[in-house]
Ligand binder design. Structure first.
Ligand SMILES: *Cc1c(COP(=O)(O)O)cnc(C)c1O
Length: 467
């Protein structure tokens, strides 16, 4: 068991963190030390690793990042949904430190160890459905998705992989091909593998369809473009992340899962961004009724920042692969799995699923009214600590990427770090750690309001843009 430290400090509503949970901007952002690091970075790091804000971080706790100039920033991104339980949780740090002194690597497929088995046991327990489940552990989300595709093809003996419009599944060759938008993830980097088909999703803000209508459109596309008997797997993010926090309409996945079942198609939930307590449930598919995926991909939030990912699913599907057919050198390494076990423990002990639900209530009451207040906000939607703000041209549904760019610049210059999203780069994405306080949400929302109001041509006449 991971050792328990500072537990009393973190219990209940008054959590305590090693960094004050308050924004403090003491220098221009980026500050002088960040600028110096940026100069070295440009001289040594590929520009292909693009950056949202060139503010270099030194340490963090809870929902506050501290940069190399001593500024404290509110983290509304969690490193894209990774630090769900908050930065620097002492239990996770202790579990990692202890494991690192004990056993760092053997390779599970050479000589195994208990942590890997314990993570697989836990995943079988928390993923939807009561059937027998088996898991494989790997290093990254993309690797989990690729493995799920391999496993589904091996199980079905079929070729085609169906994905949804606006999906994000990763940056390896296979998962680039499964990812919707060409820029910046794909351009100039083909050729890509074939037999991957993108079909229309349910995107209520843009298509106005009910879940049933959108599902029929999706199914019709499969029938007329692919042929269901050639489809090995249907991949879906139950709440799309990079695609813009797109939440398919009620009933959509019920019908899709039924169609998959009737046609022998493996239904794969990519829960890499939305899973592990982020949305106020262990997995975001739980918001779509009692839909049970055949396979579930987990990554990002599973190990508090350590690299770990998993495919979990029906034992007969997972075991269709011959021994040696899936695996990898670092997959499920002892330290990452120790971190994951500590994360599971913290989520349960500190009721972080309940905390994500609290974040949802606070966000709805604090920013839900933006659609009435601003004619450039088309919709505010989300579950738990996973929200999207659809930015539009005034009074229309036309995407407004210029506004998103402005909001991100203003926010990061004022000590708030949100994320971008959407196929048109026009969805402001909020993925804070679920331990973020209501006061921090309120302060961050105020900065985002200033950002929206200071966008040229928007807001009440006479509003002075914040400096
Ligand atoms: C981030 C992400 C991936 C890819 O994960 P990596 O760890 O970056 O490879 C896949 N699917 C979804 C939904 C993601 O958010």
């Amino acid at each position: 068991m991971p050792s328990v430290r500072c537990m009393s400090l973190r219990e209940g509503s008054s959590r305590s963190f090693s960094v004050p949970q308050e924004r403090r901007v003491a220098t221009a952002l980026p500050g002088p030390n960040s600028l110096a690091l940026q100069a070295r970075r440009v001289a040594s790091v590929s520009r292909g690793a693009g950056t949202l804000a060139n503010i270099y971080m030194d340490h963090a706790a809870g929902a506050v990042l501290v940069d190399v100039d001593g500024n404290r920033l509110i983290d509304l991104g969690s490193g894209i949904g990774v630090n769900t339980i908050g930065h620097a949780h002492p239990d996770v740090a202790a579990a990692v430190a202890e494991q690192a002194t004990k056993l760092m690597h053997t390779l599970f497929t050479v000589t195994p160890y208990e942590n890997y088995v314990r993570v697989a046991e836990k995943l079988a327990q928390i993923t939807p459905g009561t059937h027998e489940k088996h898991s494989i552990l790997v290093n990254s989300g993309a690797e989990a998705v690729e493995n799920a595709a391999k496993i589904a093809r091996r199980f079905t003996g079929r070729r085609a992989i169906v994905v949804l419009d606006h999906a994000f599944h990763g940056r390896t060759n296979m998962t680039m091909a499964m990812t919707y938008r060409p820029w910046p993830e794909r351009e100039g980097m083909g050729p890509f593998p074939g037999e991957i088909y993108s079909v229309p999703v349910s995107y209520p803000f843009r298509d106005g369809l009910t879940g049933e209508e959108a599902a029929e459109r999706t199914i019709d596309y499969i029938e007329t473009h692919v042929g269901p008997r050639d489809v090995a797997a249907f991949f879906a993010e139950p709440i799309q992340g990079d695609g813009g926090i797109v939440i398919p309409a009620p009933g959509y996945f019920t019908r899709i899962a039924e169609y998959c079942r009737d046609n022998g198609i493996v239904f794969v939930a990519d829960e890499i961004q939305a899973g592990i307590a982020r949305t106020g449930a262990w997995y975001s598919i739980e918001h779509h009724g009692d839909v049970v995926p055949d396979l579930v991909c987990t990554a990002k939030g599973i190990a508090g920042g350590m690299p770990l990912a998993a495919v979990t699913g029906r034992a007969e599907i997972m075991d269709a692969v011959q021994p040696g057919g899936i695996g990898g050198t670092f997959g499920g390494n002892p330290v990452s799995t120790a971190a994951a076990l500590a994360v599971f423990d913290v989520i349960e002990r500190e009721d972080l699923i309940g905390e994500a639900q609290r974040v949802e209530r606070t966000l709805v009451s604090r920013i839900g009214g933006w659609t009435d207040k601003y004619d450039v906000v088309g919709e505010v939607r989300g579950k738990g600590a996973m929200f999207g703000v659809e930015l539009v041209e005034p009074g229309t549904r036309k995407p407004n990427p210029a506004l998103l760019k402005h909001v991100l610049k203003h926010a990061t210059e004022h000590g708030v770090v949100p994320l971008d999203a959407g196929s048109w780069d026009s969805v402001l994405r909020l993925l804070p750690p679920v331990v973020i306080s209501d006061a921090l949400i309120d302060d961050a929302a105020g900065v985002l309001e200033e950002a929206i109001e200071s966008f040229q041509g928007v807001g009440e006449p006479g509003i002075t843009p914040a400096s």
